[in-house]
Design a protein around this ligand. Structure first.
Ligand code: NI
Length: 183
């Protein structure tokens, strides 16, 4: 389970549409998932999509730590060929970072509640509803499979800041949003 180099913004692999995985139970897919989890944990981050390790395939890994999930904790999860369905029209602003865009954080609008579907490495169908941080992480990771970075989702680039300057952000604004995930 080697830790793999992470592609950074500017690498064309991050802008490609990733290819569906024909057989989620293929042992090569399990090896890819193990490498992705090792790389995510080493960074450390809370999510990683295969294009970030230069594999243009539709698989993501993520986790929701207990202190980020508003009481909800989600263990390391592998999702193959994920699909997202919004369950609310409203979008919420929350801080995001990205392992492919080091040193920056931005306030990004995301659906507050979603249903996601995909497959596990055993081939079983996974279907879950998610809200808050959990929903945000999954939306961020699945965007990577379509060549979309969080910067593309921002509607006010004045809310893009360097991580070390985040303490200047208005306290009320910070209190109203999520802690910044690194995904
Ligand atoms: Ni990312």
């Amino acid at each position: 389970m080697p830790v793999l180099p992470i592609a950074r913004m500017g690498n064309p692999v991050l802008r490609k549409i990733a290819q569906p995985i024909a057989d989620p139970t293929d042992p090569a897919v399990a090896r890819l998932a193990a490498d992705m989890i090792a790389t995510m944990l080493d960074a450390p981050g809370v999510g990683l999509a295969a294009p970030q390790i230069s594999e243009s395939r539709r698989i993501v890994v993520f986790r929701v730590p207990a202190d980020r999930g508003e009481g909800e904790e989600v263990a390391n999860t592998v999702l193959v060929n994920p699909v997202i369905e919004p369950l609310s029209d409203d979008k919420l602003l929350g801080w995001e970072g990205c392992l492919s865009i080091p040193g920056l954080r931005g306030l990004v609008p995301r659906y507050g509640r979603i249903r996601y579907r995909g497959f596990g490495l055993d081939g079983a169908r996974i279907e879950r509803e998610a809200s808050g941080f959990h929903a945000r992480v999954v939306q961020h990771e699945v965007d990577h499979l379509d060549g979309v970075l969080y910067l593309d989702r921002m509607d006010d680039l004045r809310l893009l800041v360097c991580t070390e300057e985040m303490h200047h952000i208005n306290a009320a604004l910070a209190a109203a949003t999520d802690a910044p995930p690194r995904t």
